[in-house]
Design a protein around this ligand. Structure first.
Ligand code: FES
Length: 56
């Protein structure tokens, strides 16, 4: 499912970034550019990161 429409980023990609060591929105943003356009996805992206870190 797409989290960030502007940058075509899926929750799967965000989860993979966390599995590969990202542990904040800043890290994920550097890797995937998520949330760098309209910003509407930031809340959802943070949620996916948080859930993935808890599951890890
Ligand atoms: Fe992510 Fe617009 S939906 S920046």
């Amino acid at each position: 499912m797409y989290v960030c429409i502007c940058k075509n980023v899926t929750c799967h990609q965000i989860r993979n970034a966390v599995y590969n060591g990202a542990n904040s929105l800043k890290d994920v943003r550097q890797e995937l550019c998520v949330g760098t356009q309209c910003g509407k996805c930031v809340k959802d992206a943070k949620q996916v990161i948080k859930e993935t870190l808890v599951d890890n």
